[in-house]
Design a protein around this ligand. Structure first.
Ligand SMILES: Nc1ncnc2c1ncn2[C@@H]1O[C@H](COP(=O)(O)OP(=O)(O)OP(=O)(O)O)[C@@H](O)[C@H]1O
Ligand SMILES: [Mg+2]
Length: 316
């Protein structure tokens, strides 16, 4: 199966174009909820986290509709979609803050669907919500030490070295109270703190949300890839879709709580119709139709390489 294909979910059913592999461990055959056999695309690592047909919501409202998503070690997997499409709800479900009503979530070989958030965090599934940053009154070093709470002295030292190795810019800020840092630096500290617990999965909800374009670019182009380079499976939710897709391996487009489209990041980034996919559910995204790059919240219009691609797979 070529890895270059991009899948579009027809009518938001669990269907994919003929022959398109769904999410499953590399090289494995798997029974999908729709009942057909599908394969993982060659070239993707064995998933460390895998959601299968997950359904979740609040009260009577179903928000996440049979979503299947995977991420492997070293991958940046980005979830984009219109406001209110369920991206944060999906991340919370993966983190265990919301219990899936149907489907399964696997962490490695373990079914963690019923595990609470704390247990998932202990297993190495780290979640960084948009609003949580740093302890402002503590120094950068103290913030990092908090991230390594419970580690032995030796493990703590190793974790600090690893965090500083991944984010060298923090070294000269070690004694600075985090409250005095810029927004971008605070985000870097938050990522470094997450690193301290040696997670295998990091779930990032809109890390650039409150940042100006420059620190956003730094975060997406350097800090997030650095996490993946350390072997972490990163699932990133981002409004700055063009920039996020540019640093991602795999992309899922969530519309109305369902995966409308997913595929290799460079294929998705090259499509001219992602705006139209967004448009299907949210007219706020009208500006991104017609092959224009997807804007971020601050109107980032970085050239996205939206060269024409086959429209055969466009949603009907
Ligand atoms: N705690 C909650 N209780 C009830 N409904 C909620 C709750 N949180 C979110 N929702 C609803 O779930 C839907 C999806 O919200 P969610 O925050 O997952 O979307 P999102 O894709 O992350 O949006 P955004 O891009 O604006 O962050 C929305 O209709 C929202 O109103
Ligand atoms: Mg959100």
């Amino acid at each position: 199966m070529p890895t270059s294909e991009v899948a579009v979910a027809a009518d938001r059913r669990q269907q994919t174009p003929a022959g398109r592999p769904e999410q499953a461990p590399a090289g494995h055959q798997e029974q999908t909820p729709a009942g057909h056999q599908e394969q993982t695309p060659a070239g993707r690592p064995e998933p460390v986290i895998r959601a299968e047909a997950v359904v979740a919501g609040y009260g009577a409202a179903i928000i996440v509709r049979e979503v299947s998503i995977t991420a492997g070690p070293g991958e940046v997997v980005t979830v984009v979609g219109p406001n209110g499409s369920g991206k944060s709800t999906l991340l919370k479900t993966l983190a265990g803050l919301i219990t899936a009503r149907a489907g399964h979530i696997w962490h490695g070989d373990a079914d963690v669907t019923a595990l609470p958030a704390e247990a998932r965090a202990r297993r190495g599934i780290a979640y960084l919500p948009q609003e949580r940053e740093v302890f402002a009154s503590l120094t950068v070093r103290e913030n990092l030490l908090m991230g390594g709470y419970g580690l032995s002295r030796r493990a703590l030292k190793a974790a600090l070295e690893r965090a500083h190795g991944t984010y060298p810019a923090l070294s000269h800020l070690a004694r600075t109270p985090a409250g005095r840092l810029s927004g971008g630096e605070r985000k870097t500290v938050a990522l470094a703190r997450v690193m301290m617990s040696s997670p295998s999965v990091v779930l990032l909800d809109e890390p650039t949300a409150s940042l100006a374009p420059m620190p956003s670019a730094q975060l997406l182009e350097q800090d997030v890839p650095a996490l993946a380079a350390a072997g972490v499976a990163v699932i990133l939710v981002e409004q700055r879709a063009v920039q996020a897709i540019a640093v991602s391996d795999w992309v899922y487009v969530l519309v109305g709580g369902a995966v409308e489209l997913h595929g290799q990041a460079r294929e998705i980034g090259a499509r001219g119709d992602i705006g139209a996919v967004f448009l299907g559910a949210n007219s706020d995204h009208a500006a991104v139709s017609g092959g224009a790059p997807l804007p971020g919240p601050a109107g980032d219009t970085e050239p996205g390489g939206n060269a024409a691609v086959s429209q055969e797979e466009a949603p009907q």
